[in-house]
Design a protein around this ligand. Sequence first.
Ligand code: ZN
Length: 385
Amino acid sequence: MSRRLDDLVRHLAPTARDADALIDLSNVVRDDRFGDRRPRSLDRLRLVVEALAHRTSDREVRVHALADRSLRHAPHEYADRAEPRLLADWIGQGLVTEVPDADEPLLDLADVTGLPVVSGDDFKDFRLVHPWIQGNTTQFLGMRPGPDRSVELYARDMGVRTPAQISRKIEESDLKAHGLLAGRHRRPLTAVVKRSWRCPERGCTLYDSRRGHAVRLPVMRRGVPVCELHHTPLTDDGPRTGVAQLKVMADDACVHRVTLDAGTTAVLGRAPGAAGIALHDVLPRRLLERVSRRHVEVTVDAAGALRLRNLSAHGSLLLPYGAREWTELSGGTPALLRVNDVVELIPGVRLTRSARRYPAEIAAAWQRAARKVPEASARAETRWE
Ligand SMILES: [Zn+2]
């Protein structure tokens, strides 16, 4: 077995909290259009991670992988029995999440994080439970064979399936129909975490989103969110505001993530002042000293669009995803930074935007509530206020 598989460990995120993408691991491992020719190959995960590193411009890109329980149970389909053993090790260490059927938790997580899902599945039988899949052209990354049995990732057009197509697909498999029923049962939780809640009891601020930024999820009682303290049903306080996550890269590897709430403006630089995003604890000295004290201004509007404006006398460069040429980042009109676009402050220091759309605490709380994985370990992340 390739030693390169052991190096995958640093890319495996135990939870969706600091992942850049979600992986439908059974679908990836069994896609025999790329990688070695065996029916199942763990090396295909390595190839997908490589493609993601390229796509996100982050060679330390992290993925949260979910595997069906059956994935490691056909050792003869792998090139080497060490592969399913390694997979079992990862599952044992909590680096890969194993569930009876990964589709449903995968889609729930995609829904509450906004992270892309690497999968070739059409998820036809989940389109009633997850209507956001219909017509989606941004959140699913498909795989196609590249040169030399490598893999290329592309944004899939999920298309719109008619109710007849959806129900026919559901009838095809009792197992999937069962998944749908389970999904229906659990559906309220993903809907609940994306909204703010308020306890109607006088003076109760337990769930008040305007007090601090800790995300507290309501307790669910028979599908109704209730106050943990008063046991009264909570009042819907509107959609939870989104976030934008900025990744700071040193030499093409993410060294820091900054989460910004919608409706904020901040200055980022070497020493931007008390209210800014300071890079002095984040970058190696040799890079830090060339970054301006106030290098760029970051704005996140109410809709979650992230924009950057150059403040540095030395300038900053922008490379929109798919473009070949860098352009000067304007000091006047702020420029939109989309997922996979890159801004270069100085050679070796770059900024990108992750695909995350909701506070990481939401996904963590959802995962705890769904009892899928243990609580996330704390990693370097600043929540900027
Ligand atoms: Zn209360």
